[in-house]
Design a protein around this ligand. Sequence first.
Ligand SMILES: Nc1ccn([C@@H]2O[C@H](COP(=O)(O)OP(=O)(O)OP(=O)(O)O)[C@@H](O)[C@H]2O)c(=O)n1
Ligand SMILES: C[C@](O)(CO)[C@H](O)COP(=O)(O)O
Length: 397
Amino acid sequence: MSVAALIVAAGRGSRAGEGIPKQYRWLEGKPVLARTLSAFLSHPAIGRTVVVIHPDDCDFYEQTIRTLPSPSSSILPCAHGGETRQDSVRNGLEALTDLNPEIVLVHDAARPFAGPDLIERAIEAARHWGAAVPGTTVTDTIKVIGDQSEVLSTPDRSRLRAVQTPQAFRFLPLLDAHRKAAASNLYSFTDDGALAEWAGLPVHVFEGEIGNIKLTHPADFQEAERRLKGEEMIWVTRLGTGFDVHAFGEGDHVWLGGVKVPHDRGIIAHSDGDVILHALTDAILGALADGDIGTHFPPSDPQWRGASSDRFLAHAVELVRNRSGIVDHLDTTLLCEKPRLGPYREAMRQRVAEIAGLRLDQVSLKATTTEKLGFTGRGEGIAAQAAATIRLPEVSA
Ligand SMILES: Nc1ccn([C@@H]2O[C@H](COP(=O)(O)OP(=O)(O)OP(=O)(O)O)[C@@H](O)[C@H]2O)c(=O)n1
Ligand SMILES: C[C@](O)(CO)[C@H](O)COP(=O)(O)O
């Protein structure tokens, strides 16, 4: 599927204070916009990129382009922005109509820390859902207030996500939604997700990146400088392993890798007994040196009775991302005589990739019998062992 990037850089950066618009300010040796652009220009899945700039900023823009390592032919002639971010996005979309990509990623120039994995997840999410925005869990409690700053309500934090960019969409439906909003004189959407929602497109949230901050206030620049200084970032690679066993019992199916597999036995377990997801969860927790699945989801806690193990794996991955880390690879070996893995392997890889927010090539799944030896050989139970490779910034390792 063809993918284009649309970088909105036409704002004035009034909240950031100081002189020139923030996207052209230099941050540790490069303009902010050059950092933002590089992430997209260097991504192999992105065909073309259009940057939307303010008409007054042509010189700044040209200077920025000259700082790129190799001025890229994949950058289209820039488009001009409008009064609001929404106008600027619409102008950028109009500039892409000849190209007519299948997917467009809309990104703020003011977010220079979007990483390749985030971009990959955005593309996958658009392929899968058609419209998706990256979100991170909220760590502060949020209040809804009234005109007198009185608290009206406290929404359930577990349902809230702080939304970032790149936001990912099928191109034509987004273009259509923007045109409709403009035709209805609606210009107050603060992100494209909200505009798409208004236009009736189902919008989903995929995993964002804690480090993908928007440079908005002066303090954000100080934070970004600190980070980049420390950051010719040293990554520490960690490998964790996990192992899980469940006994067979009454039943007609087993859950493996998040997929329901018909079988002449069931699994005896507190949760759904998915040994693949349990071993993977423990492997990630092992790499984080953060206890094991029982520490995070005690079997004594009735709320996990019959629980789908998807949430265990998703939680472990979230812990990695909360530490600005990256899950690089997940590898599992299933040990049993039956059921056979073969017919379900791809569906399981797909599901594990989906739960963990990874690409398919980052998920490996293998199986072996134990040559009729031991409890697996006698068909009394099933086991899985897993390895997870993650990277953490040295500071939090
Ligand atoms: N009319 C506008 C307004 C914003 N943006 C872009 O949208 C992104 C997010 O907006 P924001 O952080 O609010 O940037 P500014 O509008 O520049 O900031 P401020 O509101 O402080 O002036 C930025 O990359 C900004 O350049 C844009 O292209 N056109
Ligand atoms: C698009 C956005 O970055 C998502 O968080 C945000 O809504 C932009 O808001 P701004 O007020 O234009 O900075």
